[in-house]
Design a protein around this ligand. Structure first.
Ligand SMILES: [Zn+2]
Length: 217
């Protein structure tokens, strides 16, 4: 049996080329994965800061409302609901690990703000307010009281912002951090999409919020 001479050099070169190609591809993949991870971590940091501010200011409101809990049984029930929603928002905030997770936090906050508005009405002996979307200028203001015309579109506004616009003043617009600048939240980019979605998603397609939202402005 005659053995063909083996081209060892060729084999070694082939292995070397394949290995080098593999290293290049693997490095590109690792670097791409790292870029995505760094970008996502930055988005989570920004969204967490916005959601945390909302959870904390809702916590302040829950504390202020505590005195109303003793008014009557209905007020006590509503206060228990408000407190439970605050605890739920805190829990969701702790568990959030992706930018979209913050929508869960803000959806609970929207429920909580509405329950707080019902509690305030109940304690004042007024009928329960109709459910409305959060104030467009800052969803942390709580449920809107009315719709106002602002920059040629109809947007839901809290009573304070509606009064400011009526008086010819500027509304108090929520700003967020983007590239070391403060911008209105609807210009905040993908980091805040989940955060804003939790507040407004259930109103999408509703005449009250029509085409507003960070993805449509
Ligand atoms: Zn407002």
């Amino acid at each position: 049996m005659h053995n063909e001479p083996v081209d060892y050099l060729g084999v070694v070169l082939l292995v070397a080329v394949v290995a080098a190609a593999f290293v290049v591809i693997a490095r590109a993949a690792v670097s791409q994965t790292r870029r995505v991870r760094v970008e996502q971590a930055s988005q989570v940091r920004l969204a967490r800061r916005a959601a945390e501010a909302d959870v904390n200011s809702f916590g302040d409101e829950v504390s202020r409302l505590a005195v109303l809990a003793d008014e009557d049984a209905q007020a006590a029930d509503l206060y228990a609901l408000v407190s439970a929603l605050h605890a739920g928002a805190q829990q969701s905030l702790r568990e959030a690990s992706r930018p979209s997770d913050f929508g869960r936090v803000t959806a609970i906050l929207a429920e909580g703000r509405w329950a707080a508005a019902r509690l305030a009405a109940c304690a004042a002996g007024q009928p329960s307010p109709a459910r409305r979307p959060p104030c467009f200028f800052n969803p942390g203001h709580g449920p809107s009281a009315t719709n106002v015309t602002w920059q040629r579109r109809s947007v839901p506004a809290c009573a304070a912002d509606a009064a400011r616009i009526e008086a010819g003043a500027d509304p108090y617009i929520r700003t967020v951090e983007r590239d070391d600048r403060r911008v209105p939240y609807w210009e905040g980019g993908p980091a805040y999409a989940g955060w804003a979605d939790g507040y407004y998603a259930s109103w999408r397609g509703d005449g009250l919020v029509a085409d507003i939202g960070p993805n449509n402005l």
